[in-house]
Design a protein around this ligand. Sequence first.
Ligand code: 13P
Ligand code: SF4
Length: 364
Amino acid sequence: MTALPIQDYTLLDDTEAEARIAAAREQLGDRLVILGHHYQRQEVFQFADFSGDSLKLSRQAADSSAEYIVFCGVHFMAEVADILSRPEQVSILPDLGAGCSMADMANLANVERAWRELLEVLEPDEQVTPVTYINSAADLKAFCGRHGGIVCTSSNAQRVLDWSFSRREKVLFFPDQHLGRNTGYDMGISLDEMVEWDFDQPMGGLTPDQIRKARVILWKGFCSVHQMFKPEHIDRFKERFPETKVISHPESSFEVCQKSDHVGSTEVIIRTVRDSEPGTRWLVGTELNLVNRLHEQFQHEGKSVHFMSPTVCMCSTMFRIDPQHLAWTLENLAEGNVVNRIKVPETEAEQARLALERMLEVSP
Ligand code: 13P
Ligand code: SF4
């Protein structure tokens, strides 16, 4: 089939788009690999050659030999695929509007400003390890690479913090305050040793004394999806179904994670529900597409999997990857046109790779 202008794809219904995806994929064969994050909608997720959390998918990207890596996920994931793959491989994001609102809460200018301001109180390059959550732009990973820092994901944050504290006494953790706080607390760091850096305030809104005493400086970023979950959602659900097991993603608030039986990355959530006893009732604090898929997948074992919030909240940027954009991308590739390539500039990629490789070395 001949590739059309993008606006014509938006007129296709899902069935037509899916048929076009299947045909183009067949034509591209092993020149193509499609990676799909667990938050992708089912219509797209069904085409993933590999699915996973952000750690697993970065490894898949690094190990893949395909010429084209099409990332059904968000922008920072396609950047990581580009950084970790070989130079001749091409990383592609079917819709360039698929970003991550949390990743956007930290940028190089305000992280560099924070580093300069810390210099008024400490020697950051000797005393502070910068740790960026993988949900961040490539230039922040590069910042960590050149300042002796590291990247983490939600499945290796504790190992990454162990690595960081074995080198320097403090950590600057960005952009997600919740992952930083939840992980630090589990490692025995008290809440008053973790301070919040408000990136809109001079000196993060902290006094020199607060900075000197802190072990973890938490960037004031958050995920708009996971911040919707509240402890009272758990209480109300358990009033009706007291036997419920609760599992949450560590991007959820401290209070929600404290009330949960388990806390873990998307991959851990899937594994825990899968390995639970038949008949278990689950309340899950993570993105809706994954929760719905879990329910479908395990209902035949008598498990019921419920979404934590009474309000529907999906990751609207993950949702931008639809069958229409995937069909447009693959049909262009089949004709030899690369669309929506994600290419990180070489020097930035080199420095970011350092921080990512440090992470991969300490990960299980
Ligand atoms: P995972 O690393 O668990 O896949 O999480 C990525 C993410 O963006 C969660 O909101
Ligand atoms: Fe970003 Fe939150 Fe969406 Fe994950 S769920 S990609 S953190 S906005």
